[in-house]
Design a binder for this molecule. Structure first.
Ligand code: G3P
Ligand code: CA
Length: 240
């Protein structure tokens, strides 16, 4: 089973920062996952929430601020003073960390309450400009966005995210169409996902931080897990 660092090495570094990405890139793991939003001035930036309130010393929505405005805030000290001064990364900066590595890069397109028209096109453009189309997986909980990725860039791997799965998920996947399913752990151990794996679906599971949980996935055909604790999961998988 492969290991993807979730939001970078987010157990030990502030999530979705270059420090968390570099720490992930330095490990013998298989991939990394991070989240993107769109700024007021049309820049794709890496952050989990649609507001900067939780993971910076600022307040406000990403969509209401330009990149220079977002750069006025500190995205590290909320986690630990050691990381004070960490900037919000752009998508291009995050991709650059992994460009010369063998890690797969899972870009999650966020669409919470506010929609980001044109986000899919911008992400594809940046991935193509860096010649990383074979290295990325683009996922979203918004399955219309997943379908748009399939239309815009059929050669890029796209993935549909699920909290709860649906019955006959393999047929649903085909309808989108999505090349992979990214599934919340409780759904990953249920029958519909098991059936999808039997039918050939690529399934990756989030977020797996405990050995007992990872153990449930061994032998199920799950391709990869996303974890905040990549070193812990590496040690666990090595001993199984
Ligand atoms: O992409 C898998 C996982 O990251 C989805 O949930 O909330 O951590 O972005 P969340
Ligand atoms: Ca995510």
């Amino acid at each position: 089973m492969k290991i993807y660092a979730h939001r970078g090495y987010s157990a030990k570094y502030p999530e979705n920062t270059l420090a968390a990405f570099q720490a992930a890139a330095d490990l013998p793991i298989d991939g990394v996952e991070f989240d993107v939003h769109l700024t007021k001035d049309g820049q794709v930036v890496v952050i989990h929430d649609e507001s900067i309130n939780r993971t910076s010393n600022g307040v406000g929505y990403v969509k209401d601020m330009t990149l220079p405005e977002l750069r006025e805030f500190d995205y590290g000290s909320w986690f630990d003073e050691e990381f004070a001064g960490a900037e919000i990364p752009t998508l291009a900066e995050a991709l650059e960390v992994f460009r010369a590595t063998n890690l797969r890069v899972n870009i999650e397109l966020k669409s919470d309450i506010f929609a980001y028209p044109g986000l899919e096109e911008l992400v594809i453009q940046e991935v193509e400009a860096l010649e990383m189309t074979d290295q990325v997986v683009i996922s979203s909980f918004d399955h219309e966005a997943v379908a748009r990725i399939a239309r815009l860039a059929p050669n890029v791997e796209n993935a549909a995210l699920f909290v709860n799965t649906v019955l006959d998920v393999a047929s649903y996947q085909e309808k989108i169409p999505a090349k992979a399913l990214h599934v919340f752990l409780p759904s990953a151990v249920r029958q519909p996902v098991r059936e999808a794996i039997e039918k050939g679906s690529i399934v990756r599971v989030w977020t797996v931080n405990e050995e007992e949980h990872a153990a449930l996935l061994i032998g199920t055909g799950v391709e990869a897990l996303f974890t905040d604790e990549p070193e812990k999961m590496l040690a666990f998988i090595k001993h199984t």
